[in-house]
Design a protein around this ligand. Structure first.
Ligand code: P6P
Length: 337
């Protein structure tokens, strides 16, 4: 038993990945473990680059727009390059979808068995304001007898073998699932290691916090208007206090708060954005998988499970609601009438 106040038996992400592989898949080839290590390298490099951004004045417009028409900031481009190079160098990735790349990327000449979907720097429009941004990712194992094609990523979210995000805030926080619960890690920049800090994280079953861009309320359906209005009324089971509103405008930051505190986050489709704003493959699916693994829920505008959707295009969008089970069930009573 350690007598010193220092934890000398740290669970690093590297150790966690190896132990999970030995515990859950002793017969595994270790390829997914290698891929997860390539992912963590990319997150460390992006975290380092963002931290230096203000110093070397990387902030500011890069003067081009990306596939979805957003103004690209220099960090978007650098984050994307770091991510693409790390996935290519791993030798385990055959197919890559990036929010910053119009077309699918196929890495020729390697025997990789995985496809990765990612948003390298999500929320970057808030970057100059010092708001936390993040990298969101989801991993599919190639279909059997596939040599790597778009068919490997136009699949239901239920087939993702790993997913998560790294939020770059005061510290870098990596929330990861490989289908056996949700575990959170915090980057120790001195060690250069992600350390396990939120083992087997579960979301509260209910919490009176709602997170949505009220600036869109004029465009919401009547059902959503009625639902959000009901949250603003004094709640009998909350000492007659209404719900609190919390909205950061960076999905990774809003989802991270929702996981840690509970509540409900929504970006519904509306008459302005008929298919919603958030992209299925590298925003909705990874967040939905994390929430379900934490005991929460994630549904679309019709109340269908996000993970059951099957995208037809790699940048396809969907309305999404995610959060505490009882909060989503309350929402469903409004949208499934
Ligand atoms: P709005 C950031 O640009 C983003 O893609 C997500 O990170 C975030 O949840 C959403 O858009 C915010 O959109 O319309 O509320 O500014």
């Amino acid at each position: 038993e350690s007598k010193t106040p220092i934890n000398t038996d740290l669970v690093t992400l590297t150790r966690f990945i190896i132990e999970e592989q030995q515990r859950l898949a002793p017969e595994a080839t270790g390829e997914l473990s290698l891929l997860l290590n390539a992912l963590q390298y990319a997150f460390k490099f992006i975290a380092h680059t963002i931290r230096r951004a203000e110093l070397i004045n990387l902030i500011g417009l890069y003067g081009q727009t990306n596939s979805t028409g957003d103004d690209q900031k220099k960090l978007d481009v650098i984050g994307d390059e770091i991510f693409i190079n790390a996935m290519k160098a791993s030798g385990n990735v055959k197919v890559l979808v990036s929010e910053e790349q119009e077309d699918l990327i196929i890495f020729e000449g390697n025997s990789g068995n995985y496809a990765v979907c990612c948003d390298p720097i999500d929320g970057s429009s808030n970057l100059d304001a010092g708001v936390s941004v993040g990298t969101i990712f989801g991993v599919y194992k190639l279909n059997s007898n596939s040599t790597g094609s778009i068919k490997d990523v136009l699949r239901s979210g239920n087939e993702m073998v790993a997913a998560g995000y790294t939020m770059y805030g005061a510290s870098a926080h990596l929330m990861l699932t490989t289908g056996h619960g949700l575990n959170g890690f915090t980057l120790d920049t001195n060690l250069g290691e992600f350390i396990l800090t939120h083992a087997n994280l579960k979301i509260k079953n209910s919490k009176k916090i709602y997170s949505i861009n009220e600036g869109n309320s004029f465009y919401w359906s009547n059902e959503i208007q009625n639902y959000i209005s009901s949250l603003k009324k004094p709640q009998i089971d909350n000492n007659d206090k209404p719900y609190s509103a919390r909205y950061i405008g960076s999905m990774v930051a809003d989802v991270h708060r929702t996981l840690l505190y509970g509540g409900v986050f929504g970006y519904p489709s509306d008459i302005k954005s008929k298919t919603g704003k958030l992209r299925i493959l590298y925003e909705c699916f990874p967040m939905a998988l994390l929430l379900e693994q934490a005991g929460g829920m994630a549904v679309n505008d019709k109340g269908e499970r996000i993970l059951d959707l099957i995208p037809k295009k790699i940048h396809e969008r969907s309305g999404i609601w995610l959060g505490s089970k009882e909060e989503i069930e309350k929402l469903l009573t409004f949208i499934k009438k």
